[in-house]
Design a protein around this ligand. Structure first.
Ligand code: SF4
Length: 410
């Protein structure tokens, strides 16, 4: 059985691939890419059909963060010319959320820049959650407020939050290269607090920060161990004015391989394409819907996405359908009991205010030869990722929606 048949079989059974199998997905050639998408697409359809969940970001508080996450346009010392404003009032946030919900979103993600909320901030966000829930029956609300202190997750849950997002972002071994003002362990702790409080955990990663394939596999396996329900995959938006502004490392093909790997490792989890979708996948976005079952509608935290109408047209043209509020996102076994590929961890990327990120087993079955995409005896050496062109023309700072007088994009 070759690599893709093995991964497909494991995905349908919710069995963890070996690290080597996950690494082999990232090492496949462009000639093998459609086969990779097809195999991971079968896993996606097994657990999520052809549904696409739409999520809508509301940036409650933008910029001026004291933390130094290198990917983030809102970081300490960022020269990115983003919108900067303090807490939106509940009615302002509710108005922004309503635009996203009217556009087809079923989840609203309330995000605030900062290390973590004060108890007063939790009060504010609680009022906002109530305002949104009072006006929109059936809406899911996810909070993304940074590192949580004891008791705050419970208070958010009691206020009506359904989920909490806090991304791990990158591997434990490289975390210190990306951020110095808090640790990887701090992030893990917050995901665990959300989980323990009974919130649906959302935690993901940012690709394209100069990490190795091993780092990507490390963070995805760490996410699986945390058992989140949703995993946002951000592709770094290299914002001018941030330390990672020159990190243009991603091609559309690389993004597809990463999404496929995440799907194989977390087969039954909501995999969400987050920040950087338009910038890095570009015209290949529809193919990515075969891998992920969730996207953000419209704009991101500090950057603009494509028009909400273009998101909806893309979904329809690719043969998928927008998930309705009455439909349950997760497969029954996960919806009824939190089990499986763990999930909880911001960048206009998956959220974690950084989501505008800006964003071992070797090849299993060599024994009999013919390990499919990962390597029969006469296989070519591992592909070297082509250097990506800097597409600064595609990075657009958000100038509409929350914090402005202009209508949101939804
Ligand atoms: S990701 Fe969050 S904590 Fe880090 S700099 Fe951005 S807003 Fe601050």
């Amino acid at each position: 059985m070759d690599l893709l048949n093995t991964l497909l079989d494991k995905g349908l059974r919710r069995e963890l691939p070996t690290r080597d199998e996950a690494l082999a997905v990232l090492a496949t050639s462009d000639d093998e890419l459609l086969d990779v998408v097809a195999a991971a697409g079968k896993v996606r359809r097994q657990w999520f059909g052809r549904r696409v969940k739409l999520n809508y970001l509301v940036n409650l508080k933008s910029g001026l963060c004291p933390e130094d996450c290198s990917y983030c346009s809102q970081r300490l010392g960022s020269k990115a010319e983003i919108l900067k404003y303090t807490w939106l009032k509940p009615d302002q946030a509710s108005e922004a959320a309503a635009a996203g919900l009217a556009g087809g979103a079923k989840r609203v993600c309330l995000v605030a820049s900062g290390r973590g909320p004060t108890d007063r901030d939790v009060d504010r966000v609680s009022d906002t959650i109530k305002a949104i829930k009072d006006q929109n029956e059936g809406v899911e609300v996810c909070a993304c407020l940074g590192l949580l202190s004891d008791g705050q997750a419970e208070r958010l849950r009691d206020a009506g939050a359904d989920a909490y997002n806090h991304n791990l972002n990158t591997s434990e071994s490289t975390y210190g290269d990306i951020t110095t003002t808090h640790t990887y362990a701090d992030r893990v702790d917050t995901v665990q607090k959300a989980h323990a409080a009974g919130l649906s955990a959302c935690s993901g990663l940012i690709a394209g920060m100069g990490e190795s394939d091993e780092d990507l596999v490390d963070v995805v396996y760490a996410l699986r161990a945390l058992d989140p329900d949703s995993v946002p995959v951000n592709f770094l938006i290299p914002f001018e004015g941030t330390p990672l502004a020159k990190e243009w490392n991603l091609t559309p093909q690389r993004c597809l391989r990463i999404l496929a790997m995440v799907r194989f490792v977390c087969p039954d989890v909501e995999v969400r394409i987050a920040g950087g979708r338009e910038v890095h996948l570009r015209t290949m976005q529809p193919l990515a819907l075969h891998l992920a079952n969730s996207i953000f509608l419209g704009d991101y935290l500090t950057s603009e996405g494509q028009a909400g109408k273009a998101d909806l047209d893309m979904i329809a043209d690719a043969g998928f359908e927008v998930e309705g509020t009455g439909e349950v996102t997760l497969p029954e076994h996960r919806a009824t009991a939190h089990a499986g590929c763990g999930s909880h961890a911001g960048a206009d990327a998956g959220t974690d205010a950084g989501a505008d990120a800006g964003a071992d087993a070797g090849c299993g079955s060599h024994a009999g030869g013919g390990c499919g995409p990962c390597g029969s005896a006469d296989r070519e050496p591992p592909r070297k990722e082509p250097v990506s062109e800097a597409r600064t023309d595609l990075v657009s700072v958000r100038r509409r929606g929350a914090g402005t007088d202009l209508a949101p994009n939804a």
